[in-house]
Write a new protein. Structure first.
Length: 385
């Protein structure tokens, strides 16, 4: 009978050290190379989403390269049309910025008046009348003393102002540096974004070649596991994105109807933006309230319409989160709430706001891999529901 030697503590310590070093290197790569990693992840997800449409176009007996080009061109055209419509609405909205500023000032004054009244009512309710009278007498005495001090002061002669000639010189170097620093802060983002269409096209057109090359890296049973993991990630990405898109469309329709009935300006723009912002995990509710609040500034200066808008957005958000999201999206990712919360914290820390959006599909993709590897399946069950 074979005798298995126990694993020595030194070997366990070495394995743990190698694991921690690899984990640290991976986190460092994700953080410092976040622009590259985010671009690659978004491109892979879009390629998985568009791949069924490429297969559908290929049914008319055309090559995968041509079908990929057609699908990417249609997707870019739709994206351009949506962006053009949003830009038109925003350009119209920018002409009314003075009215928005005036309404915002009126709203702030109204809120300040309400707070002052609440403070005075609380003061009258909680402080006894004798203390209120004492405070009032003290305030009157302080005002009288201040008046006496001002009257007792003799104004000193003021010397006539010396007019000096100031020569304003435009610092062209500072202006150029400011423009350069402003543009360079967005350079990496714009550069990486410009690669997305090309990456998606090449991933679609070379899908079969990439998949075969990827599977040849493994042998035997490992090749089967790699193929199942590939398919599991693809199915999860499509289901998650399509589920969120469908839920966003439903929320957009009901939000547009509600905002139109409330006579809210730019309801066709505000409704979809509020609906899709509502899908952002954990911070979706406050984000979804911002667009209708900004639109309401053009017509409302009192608080009651904003409370009604907040109630509508909160009702739609809670309805979608508790009733529709588990059936449309949650059943496709199979993640428990604790794993989702930790994933949001991790990816939000590493990648910021984009990490909050990509946290759930990234974690679901990791779970899809763990579920297909036998000795890692317990970790997959730990992430699952």
């Amino acid at each position: 009978m074979p005798v298995f030697a126990p694993v020595s503590p030194i070997h366990r310590l070495q394995s743990a050290s190698v694991f921690l070093l690899a984990l640290s290197a991976t986190v460092g790569l994700l953080y410092y190379g976040r622009a590259f990693c985010i671009t690659l992840v978004i491109s892979v997800m879009m390629a998985f989403i568009l791949d069924p449409f490429v297969g559908f176009v290929m049914r008319i007996k055309i090559s995968r390269g041509v079908a990929s080009f057609i699908v990417c061109a249609v997707a870019l055209s739709l994206f351009y049309l949506v962006g053009l419509g949003a830009y038109t609405e925003i350009a119209t909205l920018s002409t009314e910025l003075p009215a928005y500023s005036e309404r915002a000032n009126e709203l702030v004054d109204t809120v300040a008046d309400h707070l002052d009244k609440m403070e005075q009512n609380a003061y009258k309710l909680l402080i006894p009348k004798r203390l209120q009278e004492r405070d009032r007498i003290a305030q009157v005495q302080a005002q009288q003393n201040e008046t006496k001090k001002r009257r007792s002061k003799v104004p000193e002669p003021v010397a006539p102002p010396v007019i000096q000639e100031v020569r304003i010189k435009q610092d062209r170097t500072s202006l150029v540096n400011y423009v350069y620093s402003y543009i360079s802060s967005y350079y990496n983002v714009l550069l990486m974004t410009s690669f997305v269409p090309f990456l998606v096209y090449f991933m679609l057109s070379w899908r079969d070649h990439v998949r075969r090359s990827f599977l040849t890296l493994f042998e035997g049973a490992d090749r089967v596991i790699a193929g199942k993991s590939w398919q599991g990630i693809a199915d999860m990405a499509r289901a998650y994105v399509f589920g969120n898109f469908l839920l966003g469309i439903l929320l957009s329709i009901v939000s547009c109807i509600a905002f139109y009935m409330w006579r809210l300006p730019y309801w066709m723009l505000v409704g979809p933006i509020s609906a899709f912002l509502s899908l952002v995990p954990y911070v979706g509710l406050p984000l979804a309230m911002v667009p209708p609040f900004l639109a309401a500034l053009a017509v409302y200066s009192n608080l009651s319409p904003y409370l009604f808008i907040a109630a509508i957005v909160a009702f739609f958000h809670l309805l979608a989160l508790n009733l529709l999201y588990p059936k449309i999206v949650g059943a496709r990712v199979h993640l428990n709430p604790l794993a989702v919360t930790i994933a949001l914290m991790f990816w939000g820390t590493i990648w910021g706001g984009v990490g909050l959006v990509l946290a759930i599909p990234m974690t679901a993709a990791i779970k899809a891999v763990l579920d297909n590897i036998e000795h890692l399946q317990p970790y997959g069950r730990m992430l699952g529901d």
